[in-house]
Design a binder for this molecule. Structure first.
Ligand SMILES: C[S@@+](CC[C@H](N)C(=O)[O-])C[C@H]1O[C@@H](n2cnc3c(N)ncnc32)[C@H](O)[C@@H]1O
Length: 206
């Protein structure tokens, strides 16, 4: 398990990274990638959508282009503070401080659950994916963006030491273990590394 697949270490990491997150983020996760991921979903105006690991609100901002009922959850107070500065505390978005592995919502509460760039920090990704499925209504969708497993063995060693990087086979295993029956993966990335991210869109069975 990588050093940042630990909730308190990830919180400490984001205490500092939150200060520059919005400046460095576009090098690995940019607006074009976000638009491509959003296009994989069927979000309709009025849909209730949850952004798990919303951070400073980059994914949240994209979701607001599709619906006004957006909810963001993150475990880092520092990241959320940055999101509050953009959206207010209780205006355009409903924010919650919480853990992806124990979502504070009732079953079937959302039409869509989105999570971008957060799964790599979850110590128990299958538990969190089960939670995403639980809070999504039957017929709804769950979309997760995570870091694709690198090809070179040196980079694999480095990646494994830091956090969860995964390929399509591992994504299959995680989504199946979390109870999803229907899903597909798409890789995406900036021009210098077009497969840097793996995005999975899953349907929640009716
Ligand atoms: C790389 S940032 C992604 C932020 C945002 N989703 C985006 O698209 O830019 C990862 C975020 O996941 C959050 N996170 C990590 N582990 C978490 C957990 N167990 N529960 C909730 N949030 C978590 C971190 O605090 C951080 O804000």
């Amino acid at each position: 398990m990588g050093i940042l697949e630990n909730k308190s270490r990830a919180r400490l990491f984001y205490k500092y990274l939150s200060k520059i997150y919005d400046r460095v983020n576009p090098f690995i996760w940019n607006e074009e990638m976000r638009a491509e991921a959003l296009e994989l979903l069927d979000v309709e105006r009025g849909d209730r959508v949850l952004d798990v690991g919303c951070g400073t609100g980059f994914g949240t901002e994209g979701l607001l282009q599709y619906t006004d009922d957006v909810h963001g959850l993150d475990q880092s107070a520092h990241q959320m503070q940055k999101a509050f500065e953009k959206f207010g505390r209780r205006d355009a978005v409903n924010f919650y401080r919480g853990d992806a592995e124990r979502l504070p919502f009732r079953d079937d509460a959302f039409d869509v659950v989105w999570s971008s760039g957060s799964i790599e920090y979850w110590p128990n990704p299958v538990t969190a994916l089960e939670e995403c499925r639980r809070v999504t209504r039957p017929g709804g969708q769950v979309l997760v963006v995570g870091p694709n497993y690198p090809e070179s063995s040196v980079m694999q060693k480095l990646a494994d030491a830091i956090m969860l990087f995964y390929d399509e086979d591992e994504a299959d295993r995680m989504f199946e273990d979390a109870g999803f029956e229907e899903f597909r993966h798409v890789t995406m990335g900036p021009a210098y590394n077009p497969d840097i991210a793996i995005t999975t869109v899953a349907a929640v069975s009716e």
